[in-house]
Design a protein around this ligand. Structure first.
Ligand SMILES: [Zn+2]
Length: 441
C-alpha cells in the first residue's frame, strides 16, 4: 500500500523495502579520479540513502532479484546543476518581468513542481537554486516539500532572496504613479549594519547559500528598454553598450557579507559580470563566482588565488551574447587550463528545466576534456554547493556518499549527446526512473 498524500511509502511499509540491495555496474565514472572504472558493485542502504560498500565484482557475480543490474550501461553519480531558478521558465515563453508580474504565486509553485520533476528525470539529483525570483522564501519551502517526500525533484540548496544594494537589481518600470508594482527579487541592504541584518535574516529564514550581486546592469533607465531582461531596447540610437554592469557594493560591504555568512557556516555565491566585481567578491571570500562573463586572465588568476569556484553559466550566455559567445567559451577553456575549479550550472530556468545538460555540452565545446567536464557536472557541483557544509556527500560514488546514480544508454566517450539519454535515476537510494520510464506516482 502506498501513501496517497505523498510520493514515498509510509513508514509502516513492508520492511523488506528497507533491506539493503546492490547496484551492479560494468562501466562507472569515478568523479574523484576522473576515470571510468569497470565491474563495480555498490551496496545501498535505502534507510539512510547512502552507499555502504563498494566492491569490485568478478565474473562469478551473483545477482539477486532485489538487486539493480545496470551492467551494459554507463553509470555516473547523479548530476548537479550549480545554478538554477526553479520558479523561472524559458524567457522564450515569457520574459523575466512578465513571469514575475503576471504569473500567480500558485502558478509559479505548480510550474516549479513540474520543473523539479523534469530535472530529476533528466538525471539531476541536486540543484543549487540561486534566487527565488520574486517568490520570497518559497524556494526554501519547496526544498522542504521535496525533503518530506511531498514533491519529487532534485535535492535543493536555496538562496531565497538575493542581496543587492538599493535599486541594484530592481525591475524598473517607467510608470511609477499607481503603476503595477513588481514583486521584490532582492533584499536591499546598504552599509555594514543593514548588510549584517540582511545576511542574518536570510540565514534565519532558511537559506542554504547567501547570494549577493557584486555588480549588475543598474543604469538601465538611462535608455529605457521595452523588455528589462533579457534586454530589448526601446529607444532610437542607443549607444553600443546602453546597459553596462556597474559594481553595487564597496569592498568593505562585500567583506561584511562574507564574514557574516561565515559566522553561520554558510557558503556565499556572488553574481559577477565585471572584472572589478569579481576581483572584489573573490577577495571578500565568496566561495563561488557566478557568470564572470567579461572577466580577463588577471581576474581568473585572482579567483584561483582565492580558491573560488567558477560557474560560467554558458547556456544563458549562449542565448544572450550571440557574436560575443565564442570569447566566453575561450575564457572557460582558459580557466580550465589555469586549473580553476568550475562547476556546470546553466542559469537553468532562463531556458527550460530538462535542458540542463546543455551546460556540460558547452564545456565540451569549450575544449574541456570529457572526464573533466563530467567532474564539473558532479563532484564540482558538490563543492559549489558548499562541500562539507552541505551536510551530505554527493557527486561521487563511495562508501558514505548519497546513493545518487544515473545510467546512460549511450557512451559519452563515443557520443557527446549521450548525456541527454538518461534511462535510470536513483536519488538517496530510491529509484525514480528505470528503463527510461518514471516509476513514481
Ligand atoms: Zn541566475
Amino acid at each position: 500500500m502506498s501513501c496517497t498524500c505523498c510520493t514515498q511509502p509510509p513508514k509502516s511499509a513492508n520492511s523488506s523495502e528497507k533491506d539493503p540491495f546492490y547496484v551492479h555496474t560494468s562501466t562507472v565514472f569515478d568523479s574523484l579520479s576522473c576515470q571510468f572504472l569497470t565491474d563495480v558493485s555498490f551496496k545501498v542502504d535505502p534507510t539512510t540513502g547512502l552507499i555502504t560498500q563498494v566492491l569490485h565484482s568478478g565474473s562469478d557475480l551473483q545477482v539477486s532479484s532485489t538487486d539493480i543490474d545496470l551492467r551494459g550501461k554507463i553509470v555516473m553519480p547523479g548530476f548537479v546543476d550549480a545554478h538554477t531558478h526553479i520558479f523561472l521558465h524559458s524567457y522564450d515563453e515569457a520574459d523575466n518581468a512578465k513571469q514575475k508580474r503576471d504569473e500567480s504565486f500558485v502558478e509559479r509553485v505548480i510550474r516549479a513542481t513540474n520543473h523539479c520533476r523534469t530535472a530529476l528525470m533528466a538525471g539531476y539529483t541536486t540543484y543549487r537554486d540561486l534566487g527565488s525570483e520574486g517568490m520570497q522564501e518559497a524556494d526554501a519551502n519547496f526544498r522542504d516539500a521535496i525533503n518530506r517526500g511531498i514533491a519529487v525533484g532534485p535535492r535543493l540548496f536555496v538562496a531565497t532572496k538575493v542581496l543587492a544594494s538599493v535599486a541594484g537589481i530592481k525591475t524598473h518600470t517607467e510608470n511609477t504613479i499607481g503603476g503595477t508594482r513588481m514583486p521584490v527579487t532582492s533584499e536591499e541592504c546598504d552599509g555594514e549594519d543593514e548588510i549584517r541584518k540582511a545576511v542574518r535574516r536570510r540565514i534565519g529564514l532558511g537559506c542554504d547559500v547567501v547570494k549577493f550581486f557584486a555588480d549588475y546592469r543598474k543604469r538601465i533607465m538611462r535608455y529605457p528598454p521595452a523588455i528589462p531582461h533579457p534586454y530589448v531596447s526601446s529607444v532610437m540610437f542607443p549607444p553600443e553598450n546602453p546597459n553596462p554592469d556597474v559594481v553595487l557594493y564597496t569592498q568593505k560591504e562585500m567583506n561584511v557579507i562574507c564574514e557574516e555568512a561565515r559566522n553561520a557556516d554558510c557558503p556565499v555565491a556572488a553574481h559577477c559580470a565585471t572584472n572589478r566585481g569579481a576581483v572584489m567578491a573573490a577577495r571578500a571570500g565568496a566561495n563561488t563566482i557566478e557568470h564572470a562573463f567579461w572577466c580577463n586572465t588577471d581576474t581568473l588568476a585572482v579567483l584561483k588565488e582565492n580558491h573560488c569556484i567558477l560557474v560560467p553559466t554558458l547556456t544563458i550566455a549562449e542565448r544572450l551574447y550571440g557574436p560575443k559567445f565564442p570569447g566566453l567559451l575561450a575564457k572557460t577553456h582558459e580557466a580550465w587550463k589555469m586549473g580553476l575549479i568550475q562547476a556546470c550550472g546553466g542559469d537553468t530556468g532562463t531556458f527550460n528545466h530538462g535542458e540542463n545538460v546543455r551546460e556540460a555540452e558547452l564545456f565540451l565545446e569549450a575544449g574541456i576534456p570529457l572526464e573533466d567536464t563530467l567532474r564539473s557536472l558532479t563532484y564540482h557541483g558538490w563543492l559549489a554547493s558548499g562541500g562539507d557544509q552541505c551536510g551530505r556527500k554527493f557527486g561521487w560514488l563511495a562508501e558514505g556518499t548519497a546513493a545518487d546514480m544515473v545510467a546512460l544508454d549511450e557512451d559519452p566517450r563515443q557520443n557527446p549527446k549521450a548525456l541527454r539519454h538518461v534511462s535510470f535515476v536513483m536519488k538517496d537510494g530510491r529509484v525514480y526512473k528505470k528503463d527510461g520510464k518514471q516509476i513514481f506516482n
